[in-house]
Write a protein that binds this ligand. Structure first.
Ligand SMILES: NC(=O)c1ccc[n+]([C@@H]2O[C@H](COP(=O)([O-])OP(=O)(O)OC[C@H]3O[C@@H](n4cnc5c(N)ncnc54)[C@H](OP(=O)(O)O)[C@@H]3O)[C@@H](O)[C@H]2O)c1
Length: 342
């Protein structure tokens, strides 16, 4: 591991990089910035500064996290402090109520302004479902504005995403929370193909088929909730959920190497080939995660053992995005391989 003079910080050059379809490099770990309704923008802004100081260069942001302005103040300080903008990787995301053709460019510009940068490295369509929900709303609430995935509508949004690249507002565009049948259509029709698909990925939700599809089609997989999102809001919890950090295999491997179970999840993710974006506002934890990403402790046998503990346990189910009353969250995820009809 590339440690700098005893501080425990990691030399950014020691962090693995992912090659994108443009030839650009993206650091293979980023800091998540969603405060799960209980971590304040101020705490997250502090963590962004602290994380940059120990070697993070990739930050996963979104307008819906409600903190881009605070995060932006930190990014400005990081650049003033001597980190070159081109050495940072800044992602933001278009929220579900801004899919309208007239809204995409304005939303991207607002995130750029709030984040106090001149351009984004990556702009994602956060979810493939247009809707509006008040922040923190109950899981059983349904919005009159909720819509299913309609490919023609998504492509209208995507054309504006492509325009963002033409305008120089973002270097890459990508998708998030997609499925194979939806991605096949987007890949067929896009002028500028998605560089990335952001998706839930942790040892209890490995999404092997989608993960391979993404790689085979020239995209990088960014993995959210890589630790199993232990701080997620109550609305994102069900009794069936499992915790990868409590899995006996993860606990055993962690004990063997003297690291946290969470760090085993991060190292597995980086070694498998995805880009985890763990959230943390705890300096010890975000440093350990970064060190884990730059380290190489897991053997091939341990990687195989972890491959064997997949529980197909989706934690972020998206229930509030359902567009009809009599539906279950599985309808969002095209489980039978076809897009769920309206
Ligand atoms: N595209 C999407 O739709 C989408 C959906 C969900 C999330 N995301 C992104 O993905 C990021 C991460 O996902 P997430 O926040 O759901 O879950 P996560 O990163 O799996 O889990 C974060 C939680 O783990 C704890 N933690 C972090 N490192 C730890 C360590 N080394 N040891 C023990 N505990 C540790 C954190 O607490 P401390 O702060 O105390 O360390 C925090 O409560 C989000 O912040 C967001 O940027 C994207």
């Amino acid at each position: 591991m590339g440690s700098e003079s005893g501080s425990g910080a990691v030399d950014p050059k020691a962090i693995p990089q992912r090659k994108l379809n443009t030839g650009a490099s993206m650091p293979a770990i980023g800091l998540g910035t969603f405060g799960s309704d209980h971590v304040s923008p101020r705490q997250i802004a502090e963590a962004v500064k602290g994380a940059a100081a120990v070697g993070y260069r990739h930050f996963d942001c979104a307008s819906v996290y409600g903190n881009e302005d605070a995060v932006g103040a930190s990014l400005e300080q990081i650049v003033r402090g001597g980190v070159r903008r081109e050495d940072l990787w800044i992602t933001s995301k278009l929220w579900n109520d801004k899919h309208g053709e007239q809204d995409v460019i304005a939303s991207c510009r607002k995130s750029i302004d709030d984040l106090r940068v001149d351009y984004l490295d990556l702009y994602l369509v956060h979810w493939p479902f247009p809707n509006f929900h008040p922040p923190g709303c109950d899981v059983s609430s349904r919005s009159a504005d909720a819509r299913p995935y309609i490919h023609d509508h998504y492509m209208k949004t995507w054309r504006k995403m492509e325009e963002l690249v033409d305008l120089g507002l973002t270097r890459h565009i990508g998708t998030s929370n997609m499925t194979i049948p939806k991605l096949k259509l987007v890949l067929r029709d896009a002028r500028i193909k998605p560089a990335v698909n952001e998706m839930e990925l942790h040892p209890h939700f490995q999404q092997l088929e989608l993960f391979q599809f993404v790689a085979e089609n020239g995209m990088q997989a960014i993995g959210f909730s890589p630790i199993g999102s232990p701080g997620r809001p109550a609305r994102d919890r069900t009794p069936e959920d499992t915790a990868p950090t409590e899995d006996p295999v993860i606990v055993k491997i962690a004990a063997r190497h003297g690291i946290d179970p969470a760090v085993v999840c991060i190292q597995w993710a980086v070694k498998r080939g995805q880009t985890p974006i763990p959230f943390s506002v705890n300096a010890r934890n975000y440093l350990a995660n970064l060190q884990g990403a730059a380290g190489d402790l897991l053997s091939d046998e341990e990687m195989r053992e972890i491959a064997g503990i997949d529980r197909n346990c989706r934690l972020i189910k998206g229930q509030v995005f359902l567009w009809k009353d009599v539906q279950s969250w599985e309808d969002l995820w095209d489980i039978d391989g076809t897009i769920t009809p309206p």
